[in-house]
Design a binder for this molecule. Sequence first.
Ligand code: UDP
Ligand code: MG
Length: 343
Amino acid sequence: MSPPNSVDSNRPASNRERGPALLSVVVPCFNEETVVRETHRRLVAALEAVPALDFEIVYVDDGSQDATLNLLRGLQRADARVRVLALSRNFGHQPAVTAGLQHVAGQVVVLIDADLQDPPEVIAEMLDRWRAGADVAYGLRTERAGETRFKRWTAGAFYRLLDRLANVSIPLDTGDFRLMDRTVADAFLAMPERDRFVRGMVAWTGFRQEPVPYRREARLAGESGWPLRKMLRFAADGIVSFSLAPLRLATWLGILAAGLALSGIVYALVLRLFTAAWVSGWTSMLIAILFLGGVQLVLLGVLGEYVGRIYGEVKRRPLYLVKERLGFASASRRTAREEPADE
Ligand code: UDP
Ligand code: MG
């Protein structure tokens, strides 16, 4: 599935020195009325500061319940480089990013949050990496300002756990703020899965991926759209889509339990054959029953995680539905495979 405007990744890096024909920025927005205008202003300023750069900005409204969509419509009216894609409801950050990627035309694509936690000025640096031959330049958070200790600690623990469990190495302390070559974006879009753990999937594609260190700022205003429940689900997505380790846990716990059971059996037999004290021992029996029951329930839950995801995949529902498109040329680029069922 190579769209007509795809770019051959094999061409020598030197061809990139002139800069991309078009740079597309994808900005997912969910209830961001307090920040979108400032975000747009800074984004445009940062992009205009790069000499001879043609760009488009695709705002994806992920079913905001506030004035975000209206503000985006206003930005679009005022600036022909702005496109707005409004989803029919809140589908979540990762589907929103995918929706945006499916609608961009650029030779390079940037993903950035709407809340200015990722400074737009870093894009110029990412572009330099791309010019020098990198296919992915991902933002590496050296510091995280304005985030609670709890969030920093859980995020740190999660990324380290994921790194130990996952089959591909997913860079630590990295969000979705990144620049990708068209080749990588197309590879990403060709992946049919519903549970889209963007940073893991991009890491999976390979190619030349380089970090660009930056300081993650505090949210400009508004609230994080990630309550604990969403964050836990996101963490589960990351681990379950990139690792079978939780399933293997069953085997290891089974072996451990069998080992314990064996020593228990030997102990019981010794008591029964060589002593008179063999009627007692219901405590150990109760412990064994409760222990095995607990282990089985936990592992059923783990199996359920995977089975539930398989169920989600086989339903083959569209990842998102679009209710409004503004500013796209009529032949806006979309891939046939994931064509959302909105028309
Ligand atoms: N977002 C979205 N859909 C959601 C939640 C968040 O499109 O359901 C967007 C949000 O507008 C922002 C980005 O995803 O641009 C990151 O979200 P947020 O800042 O809430 O996450 P955090 O930075 O706290 O991890
Ligand atoms: Mg944020």
